[in-house]
Every structure is written in C-alpha cells, then in structure tokens.
Design a protein around this ligand. Structure first.
Ligand code: TXA
Ligand code: MG
Length: 324
C-alpha cells in the first residue's frame, strides 16, 4: 500500500489497478471513496470485507460522464435529466431502476442502483481512465467517521488498499445528497452536499422526507440511527446553549463559530467555521471530529449548526454520531 500524490503517472497506475480488480482510494469533492470495478463481483466483495460493511448496505456507482447513466440505469426520466443537468458533476446521488449489468452485490439485491458523477478532477480522471463505472463507498470502516484527507484513509484502512491517491482535503466535506427517484415522488434518503432548497428549486417542490426508520434492513443504511460516529462518545448540546462540561471528565467542544468567551472546563475546542459560514463548517466537520477523537477525551459535546442549506447535512451527521 502507498499514499501517492495524484499525478498523470499515479492516475494511470490506479486506473490499471481498478481494471485488475484491486481497490483504490481516491478523493472526491465530498469525502474520500474506496473504489472497485462495479462490474467485478470479486472486487466488490473485497470492498465489503475491507470496510466490514454489512451486505445489506448497497453501494453508490460512480460515473465519469452523464451518458454513462444509461449503461447502469433504466427509466431515466425527465426529473432525473433535469437534476443531472443542474448538479452533475457534483454531490448529488440519484437512485434509479437498475439494469441487469449491475451485480446484485452492488445494490444489495435491490432493484435500484445509486449513481453519481463526482466533481473532483482526480475522481473524474480515474473513472474515465478505468473506463467503467466504479463502486465507491466512503473509505472508512463501516459506521465510523468519513475520511476527508488521504491521511484519514491511511490511518483507518492503510494496509488493505492497493493504492491511496492523495488529492488534498475534500472541498465539500459531507457526503452526497441521496435522492430516490424510483417511485412516483422524489424522496430524500440522505441530506448532503446539495442542499434540499436547491433540489426543490429544480424539482418545483421539496422532495418527500421519509420517516426515520429503525428497520434491520433500511433502504439507505446511512439512515441507521448510529453512523458517522467517532469512537469517543458524542452528545449534542441544545441549540444556543453554552453549558459547562460535566466535572471530572476530559471533554472536548465542537463549536460552529468562535465562542464570544472561551467556555471554561473544556480540555480542547474545535471551531467549524471562523467565518460562521456553513460551507466552511461542512468542509471542516470530519477533520475536526477526527482530531477530537484522537485527543484522548471522555466525551465530545457538539453544538448544532443553523438548520439551513448545508447545515441540515451537518446536523444529520452530528445527530447520528450522538445516537447510541
Ligand atoms: O459522497 C458520497 O456519496 C461518497 C463518495 C465517496 O462518493 N460515498 C458515500 O458512500 O457516501 P457510502 O457507501 O458511504 O454511502 C452510500 C449510501 C448508503 O447509505 C447506501 O445505503 C445508500 O447510499 N444507497 C446505495 N444504493 C442505494 C439504493 N439502491 N437505494 C437506496 N440507498 C442506496
Ligand atoms: Mg459512508
């Protein structure tokens, strides 16, 4: 295994590894992904094993061009075309009826497949040189914090990956928005990098927000109540409250913006956005949680961020990290 900067030479090597059925980690605009040839069942099986991911949790298939959608999906309707035109390449995943070309292992036996065209130049070059759709979950062990740097990937999955392409920190920092278009009404399965307000603008109405489900086989296991979690216990603070930390414990604070005065009693502080800006906060979210998780704390207390735009995606991840 090696972490290598993404260059013409290492991209060609990475694409060849993917074609041979190996696993390659690569940057996207959202988080780092762990890629495998979506048509190679052995490669996809290794992906599940390396991530310790339950087989009921389907993967997102990554495409290098909108036209590729026809090779993996059917019934690509006018809603899908409008959304692709507006947001691809970018952090929007669409769930559509699948073609038989997509192995059942990729979709966990579902009749639908999740697809997206990432906006990161390294991801696009890699997929296009591999010349085939690439299945890629976030490059972290199942349930743990997503990686937004090559170093996060190395620390978590190091020896199990053939190659890690380093393209610097991920600019968006939260995973893609997942929208299910397989039914009559668009349904939001995961808040993410494309704010729901922007989807509503293109769809003409906001998508349906599903009930939180605690099924053993949820349709988007990102919706399992406990996910995206650090190993250190995390609790959400009530909005606007600045509580003193519980006594006798090493506690870290995750704040949205710089506090007016440094709250006393905390062992460390991470500020998501010095500017008080949700985009900056999203880009810093997972790196801040990784640092807090390595700080030897007993507890992380997290402030919710304003529930608008990317703030919904941030709060959704904090809520899931807090659920136990
Ligand atoms: O931003 C992202 O989407 C990143 C980067 C690497 O592209 N990928 C990512 O993948 O977050 P992953 O595997 O960590 O999350 C994919 C989510 C899962 O919660 C899965 O259940 C859902 O997508 N999903 C995949 N296929 C689906 C389908 N056919 N129907 C419903 N949900 C699906
Ligand atoms: Mg994930």
């Amino acid at each position: 295994m090696a972490v290598v900067p993404a260059t013409t030479e290492t991209l060609a090597r990475a694409a060849a590894l993917l074609r041979e059925g190996q696993l390659v980690a690569f940057p996207t605009e959202t988080v780092y992904g762990l890629g495998a040839d979506a048509g190679n069942v052995q490669a996809v099986a290794r992906l599940f094993a390396v991530k310790r991911r339950p087989a009921f949790d389907p993967l997102i298939v990554h495409l290098a061009a909108p036209a590729w959608v026809e090779t993996v999906c059917q019934d690509v309707d006018v809603r899908a075309r409008r959304l692709m035109a507006a947001f691809w390449p970018g952090p929007l995943t669409l769930v559509l009826p699948k073609r038989d070309t997509v192995p059942d292992l990729v979709t966990a036996g579902l009749p639908t497949v999740a697809v997206r065209m990432p906006a990161h130049p390294v991801a696009l070059a890699l997929i296009s040189q591999a010349g085939r759709p690439i299945a890629a979950p976030s490059a972290n062990p199942f349930g743990y914090l997503s990686p937004t740097t090559a170093e996060h990937v190395y620390a978590q999955l190091g020896e199990e990956v053939a190659l890690i392409l380093d393209g610097g920190p991920c600019p968006v920092g939260v995973e893609s928005t997942i929208l299910d278009l397989s039914g009559p009404e668009p349904e939001l399965l995961r808040a993410g990098g494309v704010p729901v307000e922007e989807l509503a603008r293109v769809l003409g109405a906001p998508p349906r927000l599903p009930q939180e489900s605690s099924d053993a086989r949820p349709r988007a296991p990102g919706r399992l109540p406990h996910h995206y979690a650090p190993r250190t216990p995390l609790r959400l603070l009530p909005a606007g409250a600045s509580l003193p930390p519980p006594a006798g414990k090493r506690v870290g604070l995750l704040a949205f913006r710089p506090p007016a005065s440094l709250p006393r009693g905390y062992a460390c502080l991470e500020v998501l956005s010095p500017r008080g800006d949700l985009q900056e906060a999203a880009a810093n979210l997972f790196a801040a949680l990784h640092r807090l998780d390595r700080a030897g704390l007993d507890l992380i207390l997290a402030e919710p961020v304003p529930a608008e735009g990317l703030g919904r995606a941030i709060n959704e991840r904090l809520r899931k990290a807090a659920a136990s």
